[in-house]
Structures are given as structure tokens and as C-alpha cells.
Design a protein around this ligand. Structure first.
Ligand SMILES: C[S@@+](CC[C@H](N)C(=O)[O-])C[C@H]1O[C@@H](n2cnc3c(N)ncnc32)[C@H](O)[C@@H]1O
Length: 337
């Protein structure tokens, strides 16, 4: 792969930064895990407070460069691991006293603009979308999978109402030529029934492909489960989401951990177990008008958080069953390894 050339003038804005800090309170010191280190926006802010330590994780190899700068400045207080956050349990953190774990999901502007990653519909050349530790690329998905498989991916991961016709036209186009990024955009343009959209016509298909190639649903589900396990009493789990599917998963998981199952009054009373987490507020925290003005893409960000109520490593959740449809669709990728 060629060296990545991203113009220096692309500015990165850490989303909901003030709000994250007021939720995890690094002012009192402690060890934090930044599961989506990125450009280090959250990490740097946490390290401004004395007596804090941060373990940063990111799947993207590029993020190592930024991490090295911070490691030089804070050799005793900062560590970085190039890792997918679903693998948090590999780090043997069970006995550490972690005060807070943060996730800022999705990808940074710098990554979206990186021509080698091909996340944007403005990218040129072969489809890619691999963000690190992947088994297959968007090129393999579009040029190898069958019509019904593509349709499911676009439908479930992109909520694309024209998934059927787009998939049909992908298969047809493939008979003459291998599909690249520009071809895919023009196939979508020709397939969509309604054309007057506020967002780019290819947004949903590209989102679906990105989620599928990077297994973002299982990443999120197992990232959340493993985080909830390793936190100790009073530890905080805070997550910023950017699209409705992510938010649906986080909202369900947090409710699942912090509310008792409702039982019908006609059923025999069972003793309810003490809850493993507390959710101080049900409504998500969203960016201020000023933040949205300064950084338009922040408008869809939602911050939710929960606080652990015990020291147990075991947690009870049915999140895998609840989202099993999505996990099943991810398995279509097994045939591309
Ligand atoms: C929106 S950016 C985070 C920006 C960061 N909060 C900051 O202020 O610089 C999200 C980052 O999470 C990383 N990421 C996404 N999914 C991941 C996963 N499953 N495991 C580890 N890192 C992931 C991306 O590579 C990206 O760098």
C-alpha cells in the first residue's frame, strides 16, 4: 500500500470533549482507557489532570504516530496498544482499578479524508475501507458476494430502502468489469428512485459497507461487554455514538444493565437482584449549538454513560440475542477470508 498523504490542514475536533470530561471526572485522578484513541483528543485532555494515567487503544496503524508523541511527553502516564477494542479482555486488566472507559465511535475526519482508506464516496480507485486488523476489503464484498447477501448488508447496516435494486445492478455491472469506488457511486445514482436528498445519494451504501468490512456491530457489542466486566465499583463507562444503529445498541445495553426486567403483576414475585450499573440520566447528552456551529459533523453525536455498582467481573446481559440478526449478517464475511 502507498504511504498515506493527508493534508496537514485537516483539523480534528474531539466531539463532546467538555461533556466527556464532566462525566468521567479526571480531576480526581485515576486510570482511564480511551478505547478510540484516534488523534488523542480525549487522552490529551485527561492527561492535563495530575495523577491520571491513560491506556489508549486504536485499530488504525496510523494512530501510532500521534500516540508516540504523547508517550514521549508522558512516559509514566500513557501507554498505547494497536488493538481492536473488542479484544480488551486480552489485556488482563481484571485486577486493575479502572476509573473510566470511553468510546468515541466511528472515524475521524482525518481518516475519512485519507485516500488510501477509501471511506468516502469521493475516493478514487479500488474499494477498500479496511481500518486495521480486517479479514477482507470492500472490494471483495462488492465484487464477490451474492445478490441476496449484498441486499441484506445494505438493508440492515445502511437502512437503504433501495437495497434490492442497488444489489441487482451491482451484480449486472460486475459481469462486464470489476467495480471500483467511482463505478459503485454511479451504480447507486442510477438505482435510486428518489434523487433529491439532503445527504449524498451513496451515504447509506457506503456506511453499510464500512460497518460490514470492519465488523462494527460485534466490535461494539464485545467492546461494551468486556468494558462492563473489567470496571470496578464506581467505574464509569461512557460512549459517544454517531448513527442510530450504534445508539440503539448502546442504549439497549445500558438499560439492560441498569434496569430490572419488568414482570407482569400476575406472575409470581421473584426476588430482583441488585443492579450492576446505574444510569444517572436516560436522555443522551448532545452537542451545544456552538459546538455544532464550529464542527457540523458533531450534530449527530450522542453521549450516554453508566456507573458500575459492584466489583463483579461477571455481568448479565442478553445483548447478543437481542442483536443476533446483525451478528448473523456479519458471518456472511466468513466466506471471504
Ligand atoms: C472518532 S475517532 C476518535 C477520536 C478521538 N476521540 C480524538 O479525540 O482524537 C474514532 C477512532 O476509533 C478508532 N476505532 C474505530 N473502531 C475501533 C475498534 N473496533 N477498535 C479500536 N479502535 C477503533 C478509529 O480508528 C478512530 O481512530
Amino acid at each position: 500500500m502507498e504511504a498515506t498523504i493527508v493534508p496537514d490542514d485537516i483539523k480534528h475536533y474531539p466531539v463532546l470533549l467538555k461533556e466527556i470530561i464532566s462525566v468521567i471526572t479526571p480531576q480526581h485522578g485515576g486510570t482511564f482507557i480511551d478505547c478510540t484513541f484516534g488523534q488523542g483528543g480525549y487522552t490529551k485532555e485527561i492527561l492535563k489532570y495530575k495523577n491520571t494515567k491513560v491506556l489508549g487503544l486504536d485499530r488504525d496503524l496510523e494512530s501510532k504516530k500521534k500516540a508516540k508523541e504523547i508517550e514521549k511527553k508522558f512516559p509514566e502516564r500513557f501507554q498505547f496498544k494497536n488493538l481492536r477494542f473488542s479484544k480488551l479482555n486480552n489485556l488482563k486488566l481484571k485486577n486493575e482499578n479502572i476509573k473510566g472507559i470511553v468510546f468515541d465511535l466511528g472515524y475521524s475526519f482525518v481518516q475519512i479524508k485519507d485516500p488510501n482508506k477509501g471511506l468516502s464516496f469521493n475516493s478514487k480507485g479500488e474499494l477498500n475501507m479496511m481500518m486495521g486488523f480486517n479479514e477482507f476489503s470492500a472490494d471483495q464484498v462488492i465484487n464477490k458476494l451474492e445478490k441476496h447477501e449484498l441486499e441484506k448488508i445494505l438493508n440492515y447496516f445502511g437502512d437503504e430502502s433501495d437495497a434490492k435494486i442497488i444489489s441487482k445492478n451491482i451484480i449486472k455491472f460486475r459481469e462486464t468489469k470489476k467495480i471500483n469506488t467511482q463505478d459503485l457511486v454511479s451504480i447507486i445514482e442510477r438505482s435510486k428512485r428518489k434523487k433529491n436528498f439532503k445527504v449524498h445519494i451513496a451515504t447509506k451504501t457506503f456506511q453499510a459497507l464500512r460497518i460490514f468490512v470492519n465488523k462494527e456491530i460485534s466490535e461494539l457489542i464485545y467492546g461494551l461487554i468486556n468494558s462492563a466486566k473489567i470496571l470496578k465499583k464506581n467505574g464509569i463507562l461512557a460512549v459517544v455514538t454517531f448513527h442510530s444503529l450504534e445508539d440503539k445498541i448502546v442504549k439497549y445495553f445500558f438499560k439492560n444493565l441498569s434496569e430490572n426486567k419488568s414482570v407482569s403483576r400476575y406472575e409470581p414475585k421473584i426476588e430482583q437482584k441488585p443492579l450492576s450499573f446505574l444510569m444517572p440520566q436516560k436522555k443522551p447528552i448532545t452537542p451545544s449549538d456552538l459546538e455544532i456551529k464550529e464542527n457540523q459533523p458533531s450534530r449527530s453525536a450522542k453521549l450516554r454513560y453508566v456507573i458500575k455498582n459492584n466489583d463483579s467481573y461477571d455481568i448479565e446481559t442478553d445483548i447478543e440475542e437481542k442483536f443476533s440478526n446483525y451478528l448473523e449478517i456479519e458471518k456472511i464475511g466468513l466466506k471471504l477470508w
